[in-house]
Design a protein around this ligand. Structure first.
Ligand code: PLP
Length: 454
């Protein structure tokens, strides 16, 4: 080990992996910071859980008051392999001392190439693939659409109901929900078409039936020959972790292939070992033409990617893709460390362990509380949909109040529990793969207390 590497490793903070609430939440130091922040930080960048984080490790966040939170959100599925993972800390620290910027499109460096090689290897499909690296998920979506349009020479883009794709101008138009993502921020990009999705809990359709509905909609309202691409999350994230009915996405892709439409999987939330596979598409045997990665790819450093069939990726002319910070050397070094950790520590199995621990507990709660309507998801991406009392077998009316109360109760008791869903009636678990069964069971205890306090 070199000296720099040794000191980088010892710079990793050690945090006992336990929940500890020692002040009111938020504590006095967080409240003071919040007051400062309110004077200078734009209100639009609101914080759902306003404890100010001092440091973190594994599955625990430590705030400025010394409270320790079980982090079941991982910054929305970003620190998938755990906060301050030793491998990421070492690789990024070393890289900071060697090269922080080269601009790949001016003077390239190896890390970018390594990440492209790793993505070619681990994204589904045994064909020649190429990658472009960018900074954020939304930017990956933008580039995926750009490339599909250039490749097909077509203009229209299809997305699915309940989708979330980002906060840039194009991606605002691709989201399902206007509030908070788009309201008042238009005019929006044109030629975006919102098609019905597969939402088995509500539509009761088989994959084939749901696909028929989606395809009929697109043929009627757009026309296949004008369609450049369909962008779909294999398991929808912000929408509430909807796992589509079996065969749904496969039928969509088959239709795309038949009609020269590029099939783009937005794996930004579901990808990178989150669901027990490298990419959620693998659960359905899908081989998307293009795969979008971001969130979990670099252990918390900003990085995103478009990876796909070489002939589609190469449709964009030289100079047509890029950006100043895209594929930053520190981010790519961290991403290489993430891939190494997934392999070395068999983290796909950890995602399965998390599901095996959570699911029976959630099913137990479901049998006890009739406001729990549905439990769904895969691996370390599991959600509960809440309904109004007595409507679980009929109208399944959304129960956002229960979700807000449970999330608030959990927060005050040291558990960061994210919400989701078009109607705000979903609780989602996105823990890091480093979270222990003890921490998961402790969190379930808190959630059960919250449920009985409702
Ligand atoms: C978070 C997310 C995005 C946007 O990523 P940003 O990095 O926030 O721009 C796009 N698609 C999905 C599925 C996401 O979860």
């Amino acid at each position: 080990m070199t000296d720099t590497l040794a000191s980088a490793v010892s710079a990793t903070v050690g945090v006992p992996q336990e929940r500890r609430v020692i002040t009111a939440i938020p504590g006095p130091k967080s409240l003071a910071l919040h007051e400062r922040r309110n004077k200078v930080v734009a209100s639009g960048a609101a914080s759902g859980f306003p404890i100010y984080v001092d440091h973190a490790h594994g599955g625990i966040l430590v705030d400025v008051d010394g409270n320790q939170f079980i982090d079941l959100g991982s910054g929305i599925g970003v620190t998938t392999i755990g906060h301050t993972h030793d491998g990421v800390v070492a690789a990024a620290s070393r890289q900071v001392g060697e090269l922080t910027h080269g601009l790949f499109t001016i003077t390239p460096y190896e890390g970018y190439v390594q990440v492209a090689e790793l993505l070619a290897k681990h994204t589904p499909g045994n064909f020649a693939k190429k990658t472009v690296l960018v900074n954020s998920g939304a930017e990956a979506v933008e580039n995926g659409v750009k490339i599909a349009r250039k490749y097909t020479g077509r203009r229209a883009v299809a997305v699915l109901d309940h989708a979330f794709h980002g906060r840039t101008n194009l991606t605002m138009a691709m989201n399902y929900k206007a509030m908070p993502y788009g309201l008042g921020f238009g005019p929006f990009a044109s030629d975006i078409h919102h098609a019905p999705n597969s939402y088995p809990y509500h539509d009761g359709l088989s994959g084939a039936e749901a696909a028929e509905r989606t395809i009929a909609f697109l043929e009627k309202t757009v026309g296949a020959s004008d369609l450049a691409c369909i962008v779909a999350e294999p398991i929808q994230g912000e929408g509430g972790f909807m796992v589509p009915a079996d065969g749904y996405l496969n039928a969509l892709q088959e239709w795309c292939t038949k009609n020269g439409v590029v099939f783009i999987a937005d794996e930004i939330q579901a990808g990178m070992a989150r669901t027990g596979k490298y990419f959620a598409s693998e659960h359905f045997g899908l081989e998307p033409d293009l795969v979008l990665s971001a969130k979990g790819i670099a252990g918390g450093l900003p990085l995103a990617a478009v990876t796909g069939r070489a002939e589609i990726m190469d449709a964009a002319h030289p100079g047509g893709l890029g950006g100043t910070f895209g594929g930053n050397p520190v981010s790519t070094a961290a991403a290489v460390a993430v891939f190494e950790a997934i392999e070395r520590d068999n983290l796909l199995a950890e995602a399965v362990r998390i599901e095996n621990t959570l699911r029976p507990q959630l099913e137990r709660l479901k049998s006890k509380y009739d406001i729990i309507g549905d439990i769904r998801g895969k691996g370390a991406m599991i959600a509960i949909e809440f309904v109004q009392p007595g409507t679980g077998a009929t109208s399944k009316l959304p129960n956002a109040q229960a979700v807000a109360s449970i999330s608030k109760f959990a927060f005050e008791h040291g558990v960061i529990l994210l919400t989701a869903g078009t109607y705000g009636n979903v609780i989602r678990f996105l823990p890091s793969l480093a979270v222990s069964d003890e921490l998961l069971l402790d969190s379930i205890g808190v959630i059960e207390e919250a449920l009985s306090a409702l």
